[in-house]
Unconditional design. Structure first.
Length: 234
């Protein structure tokens, strides 16, 4: 059929059975968790029927996050803010002194095979390490609830290898990944997720080869960045 397999990135997954703050493997995460607990940060999972009451606060946090990042909403393999959509799922929330400072909607897989988040947002100006504390608590909660895996989501355009059939795609996509200061910060996203020591699993699309590849690259970056304008506005 003249089709090619094109790698579009990698998904990071953590085996919750093996995830523990005891011992040396996650020592740095244990310190972070204890630090925020001592400072009064509280993690809670909100059921779907109570999420609507929090949507106004979620919107304020999301808007402030976007202004600080000087960005627009991403999409496709990254979550974006939609109130009607968020009401369908449980929400993980971090409070301090009764105020919401971060939230994420949860995807709870069938038979508790996998737990993941879609949209993650936090207030600007929070202490360094909060966005480590948040997924730590998510994974501990998921483990307690009996989930097998926690998905850290996609690292778009990462882990690409040279191959004769997809050489042009890989060169162009690797350029975008490594020069992220001019695009959405895909490389920083990969580095952030590495600290949780996930298993990386490749993700592919099947598409026509040849001259169609550059157009597909542009479309994928555009989808992930909320449009072509979003591609160059981090």
């Amino acid at each position: 059929l003249g089709l090619s397999f094109l790698k579009i990135g990698e998904e990071g997954r953590v085996c919750l059975k093996d995830f523990s703050l005891e011992g040396g493997t996650y020592k740095h995460l244990r310190y972070t968790c204890h630090k925020f607990e001592k400072e009064g940060y509280v993690f809670k999972v909100i059921p779907p029927d109570e999420v609507e009451d929090l949507l106004a606060q979620f919107r304020d946090i999301s808007d402030a996050w976007s202004r600080e990042k000087h960005t627009r909403e991403k999409s496709f393999s990254l979550g974006h803010f939609d109130e009607q959509y968020l009401k369908l799922f449980p929400a993980a929330v971090v409070f301090v002194q009764g105020e919401i400072v971060a939230f994420a909607n949860l995807w709870c897989g069938a038979d508790k095979e996998e737990l993941s988040v879609d949209l993650v947002r936090h207030q600007p100006g929070l202490p360094y390490g909060l966005m480590d504390y948040f997924p730590i608590q998510l994974m501990l909660w998921g483990k307690q609830e009996g989930y097998r895996w926690f998905s850290l989501g996609m690292a778009p355009l990462s882990g690409l290898e040279e191959h004769a059939l997809v050489r042009r795609w890989n060169r162009a996509a690797t350029f975008v990944f490594h020069y992220g200061r001019y695009f959405y910060n895909f490389q920083g996203l990969r580095r952030y997720k590495e600290k949780f020591k996930p298993d990386w699993q490749p993700k592919y699309i099947v598409c026509p080869g040849g001259l169609a590849v550059p157009r597909i690259l542009i479309n994928l970056i555009s989808l992930s960045s909320g449009g072509l304008k979003g591609t160059i506005t981090k």
